[in-house]
Design a protein around this ligand. Structure first.
Ligand SMILES: [Fe+2]
Length: 266
């Protein structure tokens, strides 16, 4: 996952990352993912082509989720907050161009730095999180998951009602700002509800996210004031895209053998 847009003005003004200063920077970071890239990585960067991350649009019009999420809220949440994370990340990368050429997934994992986040982590993760969140919703969403996904939820949570209660309870009990996720635990081969604070994203410890809910106050205050419960229920009953979640778990099955029931591809 990740989006790039070329920014011509940066081609001329940046110091090259293989200068002495940046080599020291690279050594001090001691990032395994960088070291695994080998010498070819640095020579590829010698092309001097640098990239900025772009602001991805939600996959629907800004008024398409009304009345459950207003155009006014999306204009602020996407147009200002999400946009701000993109701009903040690009500004940081201007100063630390050793992190160029990563996909957004890689950037989130590398800057998480095993729980000692680098300065770029918050903006990188918030860009990832918001791209994923917009795609977790659709006009006319909510309702019940499709059959294969429903069976997997019933297998791991006992029933869809249990899952829903657990997800809502996690959303309401999350202190402060953060995110609630339905993830596939890669090692345990099961679904789980997890909550993370601030920008933290479970791909940092190799969970596979399937859906997410933004519980930062900026995600609902304009429509629901302090009533997070009303917002969470609107998300579950009218916004979450089970089609997208199904597509994500089908993709995840390429990496994790869930056994039976098998999620049908079509
Ligand atoms: Fe947000």
């Amino acid at each position: 996952m990740g989006s790039f847009s070329l920014h011509a003005s940066c081609l001329a003004k940046h110091n090259l990352p293989w200068s002495n200063g940046c080599s020291q920077n690279l050594n001090s970071l001691r990032i395994p993912a960088l070291q695994q890239r080998g010498p070819g990585f640095l020579s590829r960067k010698a092309s001097k082509i640098l990239a900025f991350y772009g602001l991805k649009s939600p996959p629907y019009a800004l008024d398409a989720l009304e009345p459950y999420m207003s155009k006014r809220l999306l204009e602020t949440h996407w147009g200002e907050h999400h946009h701000g994370y993109v701009e903040g990340l690009n500004k940081q990368l201007e100063k630390n161009d050793i992190l160029y050429s990563y996909t957004l997934d890689e950037l989130v994992k590398v800057t998480y730095n095993n729980g000692n986040p680098l300065p770029e982590f918050n903006n990188a993760a918030q860009v990832w999180n918001h791209d994923f969140f917009w795609e977790s919703m659709q006009p006319g969403g909510g309702g019940m998951p499709e059959l294969g996904l429903l069976q997997q939820i019933e297998k791991d949570f006992g029933s869809f009602t249990n899952f829903k209660e657990k997800f809502i309870e996690a959303s309401l009990s999350l202190f402060g700002s953060g995110w609630v996720w339905l993830v596939l635990k890669r090692q345990e081969k099961r679904l789980e509800v997890v909550k993370t604070s601030n920008a933290v994203n479970p791909i940092a410890w190799d969970d596979i996210p399937l859906m997410s809910l933004d519980t930062w106050e900026h995600a609902y205050y304009q429509d629901y004031k302090h009533d997070r419960g009303k917002y969470v229920n609107a998300f579950m009953n009218h916004l979450v895209s089970w089609h997208v979640v199904t597509a994500r778990i089908i993709r995840a099955e390429a990496f994790v053998n869930l056994g039976e029931p098998k999620i049908p591809v079509a």
